[in-house]
Design a binder for this molecule. Structure first.
Ligand SMILES: Nc1nc2c(ncn2[C@@H]2O[C@H](COP(=O)(O)OP(=O)(O)OP(=O)(O)O)[C@@H](O)[C@H]2O)c(=O)[nH]1
Ligand SMILES: [Mg+2]
Length: 183
């Protein structure tokens, strides 16, 4: 059976590689290098194979990131939950994902919950209501692992991703119009 391909995308420094490092039992590294193009990690859980693609958030590697997106079965949009620009970054990545992968299910992971400022506004609330939505910190590796176990067990293994595919486009439109209302 082909591995289930999960693609991590999001703004540069949103914490994608740190999430992957936590899953790989690596210690949290505040000086973790920026990702060049993308990295892939394969693992097995409950007899099912998964491949996680950790992409670069930098514009100059966007072509490589889009290639990863195209091959994926599930897309995780990561954002820095402590950043004041989190909404803008989420919108940018939603637009990219919708342009290149219109029917692949999306999950959101807000990172860096250990930092003080968290974006708890109406936009984030709408995202939370419309998509699978998690908050975590790479400084708490068990928390990151729990997020992925939850995604595997509640969305992937029971094939719930199929239901998300059917309703995703409409949800995107609602979230998008909500976003414009806040400007
Ligand atoms: N405090 C805190 N810092 C974090 C967390 N996750 C990542 N960081 C820091 O944020 C910075 C960027 O993290 P990365 O994991 O490299 O971000 P990225 O999304 O992979 O970035 P690109 O590879 O450039 O796309 C690094 O200094 C990390 O140590 C977190 O949960 N808490
Ligand atoms: Mg990275």
């Amino acid at each position: 059976m082909e591995p289930f391909k999960i693609c991590l995308v999001g703004h540069s420094a949103s914490g994608k590689s740190s999430i992957l490092a936590a899953l790989q039992n690596k210690a949290f590294n505040p000086y973790i290098p920026q990702t060049i193009q993308s990295n892939c990690w394969k693992y097995t859980h409950q007899n099912r194979s998964f491949k996680i693609y950790d992409t670069s958030g930098l514009d100059k590697f966007q072509k490589s990131t889009i290639n990863c997106l195209k091959n994926s079965n599930l897309i995780i949009i990561c954002f820095d939950s402590s950043s004041k620009r989190a909404q803008i970054h989420v919108e940018q990545w939603l637009n990219i994902v919708r342009t290149y992968k219109s029917v692949t299910p999306i999950v959101f992971i807000g990172t860096k919950t250990d930092k003080a400022l968290k974006q708890q506004n109406e936009y984030m609330q709408r995202l939370r209501e419309r998509y699978p939505f998690y908050l975590t910190s790479a400084s708490n590796p068990q928390g990151v692992k729990d997020v992925f176990r939850n995604i595997e067990q509640n969305l992937i293994i029971p094939n719930l991703v199929v239901e998300r595919v059917q309703i995703r486009r409409r949800e995107d439109e609602e979230v998008k119009s909500g976003w414009f209302c806040f400007c």
